[in-house]
Design a protein around this ligand. Structure first.
Ligand SMILES: NC(=O)c1ccc[n+]([C@@H]2O[C@H](COP(=O)([O-])OP(=O)(O)OC[C@H]3O[C@@H](n4cnc5c(N)ncnc54)[C@H](O)[C@@H]3O)[C@@H](O)[C@H]2O)c1
Ligand SMILES: [Zn+2]
Length: 358
């Protein structure tokens, strides 16, 4: 199946099907016709998918797996390697791997010779349902994550859920948190479907994973394309993430992103209830599903709530405004205050919610 993404900066197809990797060379030839291709992947993925990567292009570049590689240093090393191999403006890249590979290789593509086309071949659930779709690429700095980057939509996305079979459980759960977010922000029917299919999803039933990826990509595609007509709509994709980023910061990034997002979603639903924007039962329902998927829903006891509030306030200072969040109002619907998709949260309300568990 194919989901079309329409964006001012480019229109592209997201192909989703089990076993699709066998058609990768043909799909690449279509989307990057006549171009000399180079696959960029991390060393773990390079070993796991050696033959598919080799089939995609004879030219390959590998980097050490992990978030630390999403740096300007690695961007420079990869770009220099392309230059030394004599790749011109008529070449095309293939980002083959998780979100780190997509963001890093995508940023190389965005800047190489002022921009060359590239394809995304996501191999983690998070990359399939989130990172590979939307066109945001970039690297981290010591000042924070994703602070240097660009909008550079891919020419093609090829998601083969079969690749998810080798994914470690922790990584798999990370992606699941984002799919729950998609149901919460845009589609109650999808949320119901995940609830009804927890066992199949946990067992990594291929048909269930294919449906899961398809529906999440459709929702992200819808929000991203509506963002053009309705400025700021994209902000709803941030649901759960304001609190998640504060949690990641406070735990010095030892808390996995998916766990932080799960806790963030529940906390933000509870904040919405405190503000009278959502029913209190919404947080319970969201927590129930996340728990069933193996994700945490109670803030860790030892976590200093004051540090968390501080991290949120710090975020505020950086933007020079009050703490704002995109809040859910009901299953499948986000709260809208006037023209804005985000709501200011009074400090006392945040404090009251975060200290509830102490
Ligand atoms: N651009 C965006 O819009 C966007 C959105 C969300 C997240 N992101 C970024 O995505 C990154 C996280 O992505 P991620 O979680 O995919 O991390 P990742 O790319 O580091 O992959 C996680 C780990 O899984 C391994 N792996 C990948 N595919 C595998 C497979 N099929 N089987 C076994 N192991 C496999 C990788 O080698 C890596 O060790 C972060 O940097 C985040 O900022 C970007
Ligand atoms: Zn996320």
């Amino acid at each position: 199946m194919v989901v079309q993404i329409r964006h001012a900066l480019g229109q592209y197809d997201v192909h989703i099907d089990a076993g699709l990797l066998s058609s990768l060379p043909a799909l690449l030839e279509q989307a990057l016709p006549g171009r000399r291709r180079v696959v960029i992947s991390d060393d773990v993925v390079a070993e796991l998918f050696e033959s598919a990567i080799h089939g995609a292009a004879p030219d390959q570049l590998h980097f050490p797996a992990g978030e630390l590689s999403k740096s300007r240093e690695m961007w420079a090393r990869l770009s220099d390697e392309l230059l030394s191999r004599g790749l011109g403006r008529d070449s095309g890249l293939v980002a083959f791997g998780g979100g780190v590979t997509g963001d890093l290789a995508g940023f190389v593509a965005a800047t190489y010779m002022r921009g060359i086309p590239y394809a995304q071949v996501p191999t983690t659930l998070l990359a399939m349902v989130d990172a590979a779709v939307g066109g945001k690429v970039g690297v981290d700095t010591r000042f924070g994550k994703n602070l240097i980057g660009a909008f550079h939509p891919p020419a093609l996305v090829v998601a083969d859920p079969q690749t998810l079979m080798t994914l470690p459980n922790r990584e798999f759960r990370s992606g699941l948190a984002e799919t729950v977010k998609h149901g919460l922000i845009a589609d109650a029917g999808y949320f119901d479907w995940i609830e009804a299919n927890v066992a199949r999803i946990q067992a990594r039933d291929l048909a269930a994973l294919t449906d899961l990826v398809r529906r999440s990509v459709e929702i992200k595609a819808l929000v991203v394309s509506e963002d053009e007509r309705e400025a700021g709509r994209r902000e709803v994709l941030n649901a759960g993430h304001t609190v998640a980023h504060a949690l990641e910061q406070v735990t010095r990034y030892t808390m996995p992103h998916g766990e932080a997002v799960a806790l963030g979603l529940v906390t933000e639903c509870r904040l919405a209830a405190r503000l009278g924007v959502a029913e209190p039962t919404l947080a319970d329902r969201v927590a129930g599903l996340l728990r069933a998927l193996g994700l945490p829903v109670e803030l860790p006891r030892g976590l200093a709530s004051t540090a968390l509030v501080e991290a949120l306030q710090l975020d505020k200072k950086k933007r020079g405004e009050e703490v704002r969040m995109a809040l859910p109002s009901l299953l499948g619907g986000m709260h809208r205050a006037g023209r804005s998709w985000s709501t200011a949260i009074p400090r006392e309300v945040i404090h009251a919610e975060l200290t509830v568990n102490e």
